[in-house]
Design a protein around this ligand. Sequence first.
Ligand code: ANZ
Ligand code: ZN
Length: 814
Amino acid sequence: MPYSTDIDKKWQEKWEQTGLYKFNRENADKKLYCLEMFSYPSGANLHVGHWYNYGPSDSWARMKRMQGYEVFQPMGFDAFGLPAENYAIKTGIHPQDSTLKNIETMERQLSEMGATFDWDYELKTCTPDYYKWTQWLFLKLYESGLAYRKNAPVNWCPKCKTVLANEQVVEGSCERCSTEVTKRDLTQWFFKITAYAEELIEKLNGLDWPEKTKKIQINWIGKSEGAEIEFKLADCDISFKVFTTRADTLYGVTYVVLAPENPIVDVITTPECKKAVEEYKEMAKKQTEIERMSTVREKTGVFTGCYAVHPITGDKVPVWVADYVLAGYGTGCVMAVPAHDERDFEFAQKYQLPIKRVIKAQKGADGQLPFIEYGVLVDSAEFSGSLSQDAKIGIVRKLEENQKGSLKINYRLRDWLVSRQRYWGAPIPVIHCEHCGIVPVPESDLPVMLPYNVEFTPDGESPLKKSSEFMDVVCPKCGKPSHRDPDTLDTFVCSSWYYLRYPDNKNSEKAFDTDWINKMLPVDKYIGGPEHAAMHLLYARFITKALRDLGYLKFDEPFTSLVHQGIILGPDGNRMSKSRGNIISPDSYVRKHGSDIFRLYLMFGFAYTDGGPWNDDGIKAISRFASRIERLVEGLSEVKKGRSTNETGKDEKELNYARHFAIRGVSEDAEKFQFNTSISRLMELVNTLYKYEAETEVKNIELYEETIADLLRLLAPFAPHFSEEMWEMLGYEYSIFNQAWPKWDKNALVKDTVEIAVQINGVVRSRLSIPSGADDAEVTEIAFCDSIVKSYTEGKDIKKVIVVKNRLVNIVAK
Ligand code: ANZ
Ligand code: ZN
């Protein structure tokens, strides 16, 4: 029967019945944890993009299974969060109802894809049996000081009416709705990810991750080595520190600048300057951080009326307020060196502040101002003549003697803001008591249930605040009436630890059993989109390290090896989305050709890590490829009736070579997620089988049959249903996935070759390796393909070619 969706069904049922891909806990010592990032239950039907995410990685997992690993491949749903809530606001359907319904649909569709997910280990982050442990995680971090509350200016989206993490602000706008983000002061919960800044950079070294992703994380953490230098005010006892990466320019400081939000601004501003400074602070509030850091925006600022004393020269320098200095970075104060910093230069020109050069180029002309490179110091007392690199250290040493400075490392990374004024998330397990302050909910009272009946349309307040059923509790410490924290946790908290829950998803006593998880983790292969480079992947690494330090885990990193799949774009070149109307549904292709043809095509037509715009030009060719294999399988019994031999002649060598060449090619390429070239190797092997079948009269049947069996074994991960069917047709035992992955034989890959010399007009110009026994025409052809030979003969008349078998080609060209 030709391959069709009936065959898909048949094998999906059989796999299900026989528990083919149930994870066997007894074999945990051979475990391979293969994890695809879980999905948002978005409501849309699975589109080509989902297939592209989950199909090929499933093929990889199937290959590993055949290679002898006990593959653990779970699937679940990242089910809390804004998309579901926004959908609910739009349609009026409660997010719990819509989410659970969407999950059901997706479970079915994912199963129809034929992926080997072990659904026994499924999890949904929005169900109490999961978020109970998300809340537990919060409490553990709180107990250890890694979760804390502070009043902070936060990013606020006026449209979504919620606080956003820095990572959710894209070029000054809300990641979800593109509305311009403003600032608000709120008391918020934070996770102290900054405590791990150094380790988060350091441990990237040992990870098999794309270099680009490591770079993104390194930049996001933003390590900066410099110094803190103290400046005292001229007329009072107040002093403040600046952070600088260029202590070598200290003698060129002509003013200092404070961020408008810096609290000492109010203390030091003189009465005459008060009004202007106040106005300036108001104005600065409206700017986004991105605008303030922009190098092209015109610099603005005001004088405080106050002067500071240079820590070495004792010169008085004016203190200014300007919004190009950010409150949240370093110390929120900068020593300005207009001769050597672009922003300071522009500012000094505008406000006519002095510019003093202290660095010149090491070689040649001095270089124009602002001169921002390293060089040789001038006008810098005893440091004149030193190199910047040396003076950076030397000057800080000198300051250290008077306790006026020290080396300092800064990180751009901010602590992770985790509270959200939204409904659809895990409630923060904390009680606020008038008498006792913040009281964590006792572990035995978890989960803090998210109530169903709540008005969730946002109005700037946390929706849970309106539910007295939720809010009113007695304080677990003093027993007096108190109330719950009305905020919910960022969904990135849910996804920061889910990979730890999968292997122990039914544990009702603990988040996970430490011994078991230490056996099952780290994840060996993690597959997901590159858009998660900065947020999810950094948060997950942080949580793993925090739990390790709390004694719950024995490993440092959650994901040993990471692969990013590319994106399949709509034919219009845009990312597929419902709103663009460019979604390609896999359904019609699957119905017409069967799911394996569709999967094979996705793997053959695109480079997995690149993706690209959708087109279906090649799908027919893939369908023909499968039919050709089917004909080989069907024809085998006929071939077996023919004359046979045990000999290994030239044709057999060629066939065996093609077979082992394919085994090696597929094994090596598929391991690296290069599926398109893997499938090319299979196509070549099919061609060689056809040639042997048609042209070799007396066949080595055993070799022929073995080669077809290997072809099917190699094909099985990429076309699982089809290969099972072919395997069965040949009368072999179920299942092909219990077969061992073929190994290649090095000896079969050595072709008998000889080296010959090529003479051109009597001079040896090149040496070539040719198949031994090649005839004169073959040798001549190979010789003229050689680039050296080409360069001597191109455009010339070939007068004569003489071949001396297995030794020499002589070409006469004029
Ligand atoms: C003096 C100086 C002289 C600087 C010079 C640069 C060049 P990174 O690498 O990003 O850490 N800076 C320090 N704190 C700042 C803040 N809160 N807002 C804006 N700018 C700030 O950059 C550190 C440099 O950025 C510091 O070194 C400081 O300017 C500035 F020729 O100090 B520099
Ligand atoms: Zn109390």
